[in-house]
Design a protein around this ligand. Structure first.
Ligand SMILES: [Zn+2]
Length: 495
């Protein structure tokens, strides 16, 4: 029986487990299972005599810098740059069709930027549409990273929602004021939050996200609007600080329900160091953001995160949109955490700036003083851990037999070139090539006439006997993918 596997030959390959670059590694890939089936090291002699003929299916990535497919540990696939439309406008005003088409563009842009996995933390007012998008990608209908989704985030009553001052009479039948979509699944109390987790799981969530704190007193000092009479003249110094949404008991109930009963990881939105401590003590997998230290408990937070092996996803790329002094404080906090050995994963809150520019997070981590090898670990294997590790059902983020065949190659060396991660020339996910020599391939599923070409029958389909699906390998076709651009501008916070 002819073998289905092929080889990828590399000269420089990064190993996130050892945090070193290895020489002359060959990976054996099985495109049918999408797995790495073997890794071998070539001797210099073997390397010198290695010739790849045109007819060979083997791929030569020698001369490139090869990494595992990158993992963005904090994304919002349905959100685009807040400088283009702020969060409220996107949630309130855009149609589900617009948001879905944008999301499929985002997924392609991310994949072509080398991101083969997304931990997507909430649709922002589109319910469980992220689970549907994930399934479309998994079914091969549209290209994109492997998505692990949260569906709706959990938040306590009235805590994470679209704020409008005109809600007159919105209590049932006699509607007068503005009606807005829901931005979170509201859940309160020990059994209430457990029921919330159960709802999320039933709707297809891979990961449970909850808001441990939020700037929830917006309506006490509503945001300023343009024009006369639009500005609160004498607001207090702390106009709307991040305050806890849940008690420690509620957080523990969320974690127990999710991790123990449903085997799903838990991500906690934590604006403050104090809430990050509570969430870590409750046993969450990750704490997100941590932009402020109003109670002066930063050192304690580092200690607690380390003790509980909680991963911190500092979302520096979105923090860049905060006032400059706050952003600098965030960077210093990451540096201190890094020096103390806190586990840090790379997740940019991507979406608040455009998908495809994801590596910004890794670049800022390096600016904070992280070694490139450690920043790459944060963007690969620690991303896998943030997705729940083996709870995710897969292994990815490093090269090993049985892992997903997610392989990317850079044209430039990140140890020398600060912008190297922007130069992704090759992308493979699950053993399938999506970018080669810097050019996107197979981005559109092209229908084929019956009887023409490479129909592979049940070969690549599931092994289930009852399946009558015929799997057709798409022909190669390139398409123009909207390319996000980086521009300066001002913020509207994190989500
Ligand atoms: Zn977010």
């Amino acid at each position: 029986m002819p073998t289905s596997t092929f080889q990828i030959h590399t000269s420089v390959l990064f190993d996130p487990k050892k945090r070193v670059f290895l020489k002359n590694i060959s990976l054996e890939i099985d495109p049918l299972s999408g797995e790495i089936v073997d890794t071998t090291t070539r001797t210099d002699q073997e390397d010198a005599s290695l010739i790849i003929t045109k007819s060979s299916r083997d791929i030569d990535l020698r001369g490139k810098i090869v990494l595992p497919g990158l993992v963005d540990a904090h994304t919002h696939i349905f959100i685009h740059d807040y400088n283009e439309r702020n969060g409220t406008q996107q949630m309130r005003d855009q149609s589900i069709i617009e948001r879905t088409i944008r999301a499929s563009n985002h997924a392609r842009a991310a994949l072509l930027a080398g991101y083969t996995t997304y931990r997507d933390l909430g649709t922002e007012a589109l319910g469980n549409a992220d689970a549907n998008l994930r399934d479309c990608i998994n079914r091969g209908l549209t290209p994109g990273p492997r998505l692990f989704v949260a569906t709706d985030a959990l938040a306590s009553s009235g805590s994470y929602e679209l704020r409008v001052e005109n809600r007159l009479g919105n209590d049932g039948s006699n509607r007068v004021g503005l009606s807005v979509p829901r931005a979170a699944d509201q859940a309160d109390g020990i059994w209430g939050v457990r029921a919330g987790v159960r709802r999320r799981i039933s709707e297809g969530a891979d990961v449970i996200k909850f808001y441990a704190d939020y700037r929830r007193r917006t309506m006490r000092w509503p945001s300023d609007v343009r024009g006369p009479g639009g500005k609160v003249l004498h607001p207090p110094k702390q106009r709307n600080p991040a305050v806890p949404l849940y008690t420690q008991e509620e957080m523990k109930a969320i974690v127990e329900e999710a991790k123990l009963l449903a085997e799903a990881p838990v991500a906690a939105h934590t604006g403050e160091t104090r809430t990050a401590i509570w969430a870590s003590q409750a046993g969450v997998t990750t704490v997100e953001h941590v932009f402020e230290d109003s109670y002066g408990v930063e050192e304690e937070m580092f200690r607690v995160l380390k003790e509980n092996k909680t991963i911190w996803v500092p979302t520096l790329a979105t923090a860049e949109e905060l006032p400059a002094e706050m952003f600098e404080a965030c960077k210093r906090r990451v540096r201190r955490a890094y020096e103390r050995g806190v586990k840090i994963a790379a997740g940019g809150d991507t979406g608040t700036f455009n998908h495809g520019l994801n590596v910004k997070e890794i670049e800022i981590m390096v600016e904070c003083g992280m070694k490139i090898e450690d920043a790459l670990e944060a963007a690969t294997i620690l991303g896998w851990e943030a997705c729940g590790g083996d709870m995710s059902g897969f292994r990815f983020g490093w090269f090993e037999k049985g892992n997903r065949a997610d392989v990317i190659a850079l044209d430039s060396d990140p140890r020398e070139d600060k912008k190297a991660l922007r130069k992704v020339g090759f992308v493979m996910k699950d053993g399938k090539v999506w970018k080669r020599d810097g050019v996107a391939v197979d981005m559109i599923v092209v229908p084929q006439w019956p009887g023409e070409s490479d129909v592979s029958g049940g070969e690549t389909s599931s092994s289930e006997e009852w399946s009558d699906l015929e799997v057709v390998e798409p022909k190669q076709a390139a398409m123009v993918v909207p390319v996000p651009v980086c521009k300066p501008g001002k913020p509207s916070g994190s989500s």
